[in-house]
Design a protein around this ligand. Structure first.
Ligand code: NAX
Length: 329
């Protein structure tokens, strides 16, 4: 058996982690032959709850899980990690403005960026889930200059999965028949779910759905506001579906995407499609066997798509500037 992969999950006592840890520890993400050393970080006040999570993981009797390290010590948590799943963040409280949330979380992700820089392996792969996910990933990357920028990503796979499932339900097919939906931009209500290049059983989605009005209005807004709809119904934010999406993201990053297919991830823009260089912006990528992704090039962008892509970029630039101001204050 190979050496254990050291995987850090932050926010480990929270609800997404509760749905996520079993899949990682069982081998569903990194493969059935890869032992896992699981590092679980949460804040000091949650150590009691985290103890219960550790007990449950032990009680799962998972053969691949060689070690569990619960901690509230950031330097211990990031030490020698291969993978960082950064879920933990300050939740948005009632009456809290988005900018207050951004300020609180930027501080957390600045500190975690510095910890990555100082303690993690230099080839660590990072996925940021805690919101605002794109901007938190941007800050992490900025404060970890010794780690390649392409190793920082954020989760927009949940948005992709939501979009894929909405199209499948509209037509009455399985979600696996829908391929190459794209999420552009921010994991927020300005994101642009784009089906222009998507296929359904090999045919263009636009030819099968034949309802431009539905695609441009109801479909887009359903995907953009799905997180809020789940909160309204469940009184808690998405957790099971978020955990599944994190697994999809990491599995594809480690094992590659199938031929002819792409997936969306928040990644560092290289200027492709007119997106400002350096921003963490969700784009379609293909991933080879070597765990390296490339941005899908040459997709046609019409005026409608351009305006949506620019609007979400504008929001990300504003978030980035506000985050940088907080960091430098
Ligand atoms: P919970 O509030 O259930 O759990 C968060 C956990 O993080 C708590 O246990 C808390 O103590 C811990 N935490 C807070 N500050 C920390 C720090 N500095 N270091 C380590 N741990 C810390 O939230 P949950 O439902 O698990 O959601 C976690 C984050 O995911 C939120 O920011 C949420 O907005 C975000 N989401 C992002 C999604 C995406 O697609 N990118 C979708 C799902 C989710 O909404």
């Amino acid at each position: 058996m190979s050496k254990p992969l050291r995987v850090l999950v932050t926010g480990a006592a929270g609800q997404i982690a509760y749905s996520l840890l079993y899949s990682i520890a069982k081998g569903d993400v990194f493969g059935p032959d890869r032992p896992i050393s699981l590092v679980l970080l949460d804040i000091e006040a949650m150590m009691g709850v985290l103890k219960g999570v550790v007990m449950e993981l032990i009680d799962c009797a998972l053969p691949l899980l060689t070690e569990i390290i619960p901690t509230s010590d950031i330097s211990m948590a990031f030490k020698d990690i291969d993978v960082g799943v950064l879920v933990g963040a300050m939740p948005r409280r009632e009456g809290m403005e988005r900018k207050d949330l951004l300020k609180a979380n930027v501080k957390i992700f600045k500190q975690q960026g510095q910890a990555l820089d100082q303690f993690a392996k230099k080839n660590v792969k990072v996925i940021v889930v805690g919101n605002p996910a794109n901007t938190n990933a941007f800050i992490c990357k900025k404060y970890a200059p010794s780690i390649p920028p392409q190793n920082f990503t954020c989760l927009t796979r949940l948005d992709q999965n939501r979009a894929q499932s909405q199209i499948a339900a509209r037509v009455g097919v399985s979600c696996q028949d829908v391929k190459n939906v794209i999420i552009w931009g921010n994991h927020s209500s300005t994101q642009f779910p784009d089906v222009t290049h998507a296929t359904l059983k090999g045919k263009p989605v636009l030819e099968v759905v034949k309802d431009d009005n539905w695609i441009k209005n109801e479909f887009i807004s359903t995907v953009q506001t799905r997180g809020a709809a789940v909160i309204a119904a469940r009184k808690l934010s998405s957790a099971m579906s978020a955990a599944k999406a994190i697994c999809d993201h990491l599995k594809d990053w480690f094992h590659g995407t199938p031929d002819g297919q792409w997936v969306s991830m928040g990644i560092t823009s290289d200027g492709s499609y007119g997106i400002e260089k350096g921003l963490i912006y969700s784009m379609p990528v293909k991933i080879g066997a070597g765990q390296e992704y490339t941005i899908v090039q040459g997709l046609s962008i019409d005026d409608f798509a351009r305006s949506k892509m620019d609007a979400t970029m504008k929001e990300l630039i504003e978030e980035r500037d506000a985050a940088l101001q907080t960091c430098e204050a």
